[in-house]
Design a protein around this ligand. Sequence first.
Ligand code: GLY
Ligand code: MN
Ligand code: MN
Length: 437
Amino acid sequence: MQPDLNIHRARRVHLLQTLGEGVLILATAPEAIRNRDAHYPYRFDSHFYYLTAFPEPEAVLVLIAGGKARSRQILFCREKNQEREIWDGFRHGPKAAKEIFGFDAAYPYSEIDKRLPRLLENQPRVAYAFGADPAWDNRVMGWINTVRGKVRAGAVAPANLTDAHALIDAMRLAKDAHEVDLMQRAADLSAEAHRSVLRLCRPGMGEWEIEAELLRSLRAGGCEAPAYTAIVAGGKNACVLHYVGNGQPLRDGDLLLIDAAGEYHGYAADISRTFPVNGRFSAAQKDVYEIVLAAQYAAIEAVRPGNPFITPHEAALRVLTQGLIDLKLLSGEVDGLIESEAYKPFFMHKTSHWLGLDVHDVGDYKIKGVWRDLQPGMVMTVEPGLYLRPADNVPETLWNIGIRIEDDVVVTETGCRVLSAAAPKMVHEIEEVMRDS
Ligand code: GLY
Ligand code: MN
Ligand code: MN
């Protein structure tokens, strides 16, 4: 699937209308050094990519608002450079970038300090991501001060600052059909990676071998990269929420919690599954697993337009808390135990977050202190869990059981659709896939 450049241009037109007046400046991400002169693989800035589909570093989008007749879309990008292209690879250069990506003008990145002050002259407002990067704060203020320095020549500097990220966050929250297609693909490829390790896993393997197979499957399927560092957590490691060591052997009788997914055309999936290393749930593991699964179904059922964002979390909490009572880990009434947050030692994170170009995607969760209502096109995770560390009030049969089940769902007109449904999660499905491979 190629990026649909008309869609990206239409987003810029929409943003220009929202801005109304002034100049918006948005830079892509810098390249990141891993150590000495070795780089991390390059990943563009999500806001920048959403508006441009332009994949190269050292690029800046400048939008000048002022009605249809006077608005302009400008890109600054790296020039063609035969020497650098021999070493590092292809660059579009301004001329081709303007044509291919549909800008009104494109200039060399090296000219930005010369050109930007002129573009800011006599503009009432500048919108940029202030506070996100001190170097950019300095740079934009430098350009504004250059304009101020020309006051006796009649130039007026922008007097108002607007947060560019806030404007774009609002646009990114509900996904269009094109984005949902890309997210479905990211979820399908990620679900296949989960199926692949279900078929592979055996006692005695290492967490690292499972991680290697996840990465192989994601890349072979067409994902550009993992959407985040994979969590491959056997046994007690599953009770460490951000475990990424992935370096321990997998033991017969233990569970394996995997939180891993790929990125496709910039869009993330985010999937967690938990299954027995030896292919058969023990009675105790199954008891806990079925509680988490029931909590997840209840939460998914609560994902529907008009429900506040927090409703799925509340639905999951009720089932988890009743489950903790049934397991004799808590005693009392569900309402009171939720009120006092008695479940927190066993479930300490929220059930959902937005998902999109970023795995923890942008967008406010509350408006003026009130949970936002769900709307069609919003994409979120549903990921309840239970984490039972050794403790005096936990029977030894339950020690080190850590379970999270995480799916990605898009809100539809009538409810929701589970994008990651192809990753098995029912006990009998998991056991069948593991037995038959
Ligand atoms: N994989 C990150 C998360 O589940 O939020
Ligand atoms: Mn998540
Ligand atoms: Mn996750």
